[in-house]
Design a protein around this ligand. Structure first.
Ligand code: HEC
Length: 109
């Protein structure tokens, strides 16, 4: 009887060890969560500007050397400029605008 109980507690200990192992694995995978602006940038802007802002596809300005103020960046996203179309998906949301402006300013060196 005592032995049976002992075996059982060993088993449950093993289970706990396993599941906590999985947990920490997940945690380390999520240790660099994407900031909101990064995902928006990848979806809406990287196709021309590149993931690092430097791609220069069809005249897209290098965002790592751009030093426009927030208001100008927002204007360009809203209205477009020459080769850049307006991006209404972003312009429609104040939050997305702020996230993306923060993100592209982070691309500056
Ligand atoms: C279809 C290609 C394309 C897409 C998509 C695009 N851009 Fe552009 N972007 C351009 C081009 C081309 C220019 C250069 C415009 C000019 O000044 O002639 C530009 C210029 C800019 C500038 C001005 C840089 C400077 O210093 O003058 C900013 C800021 C910018 N883009 C941000 C964004 C953001 C943020 C997104 C996503 C929401 C985005 N772009 C999506 C093509 C694109």
């Amino acid at each position: 009887m005592v032995l049976k109980y002992f075996a059982f507690s060993c088993f449950s200990l093993l289970l706990t060890a396993c599941s906590s192992g999985n947990l920490s694995e997940n945690e380390s995978k999520n240790s660099t969560p994407k900031v909101a602006g990064e995902e928006l940038f990848e979806l809406n802007c990287a196709i021309c500007h590149g993931l690092d802002g430097k791609a220069n596809v069809s005249g897209a300005k290098d965002l790592s050397v751009s030093n426009l103020p927030d208001s100008e960046i927002m204007k360009i996203i809203k209205n477009g400029k020459n080769g850049m179309p307006p991006i209404p998906e972003i312009a429609a949301s104040k939050q997305k605008m702020q996230d993306i402006v923060e993100y592209i300013k982070g691309l500056r060196k």
